[in-house]
Design a protein around this ligand. Sequence first.
Ligand code: AMP
Length: 112
Amino acid sequence: MSDCLFCKIAAGEIPSSKVYEDEVCYAFNDIAPQAPTHFLVIPREHIPSVAGIGVENSGVVAHIFEVIARVTAEQGIESYRVVSNIGRQAGQSVAHLHFHVLAGRDMTWPPG
Ligand code: AMP
């Protein structure tokens, strides 16, 4: 999508701190980290949120979770949280599917 911030980041049109990339997804450090490790994993394909996942594109999500497992293992991260906010009330601020990966500090439950 031409006016989507994360589409532009995945395309390299806006700079980011890359963590990982392949043909399906792109991972980069969050600009406002909420934990010592805080990166985002996004599909290259524009999907607005988890609410836009269906049989036609759910393979992208499976791939992203494989990537999360691999990248965290490579970084020696054993405990982490994966979060995806859907919609305004849940705190979604960028309308392109993304999974936050947070680690490196104690976390509370339930989240705020
Ligand atoms: P959410 O609020 O769940 O939609 O998450 C969006 C995340 O994107 C927030 O944690 C922001 O800090 C992060 N973010 C926004 N702009 C950028 C950027 N240019 N580079 C990296 N992270 C960003």
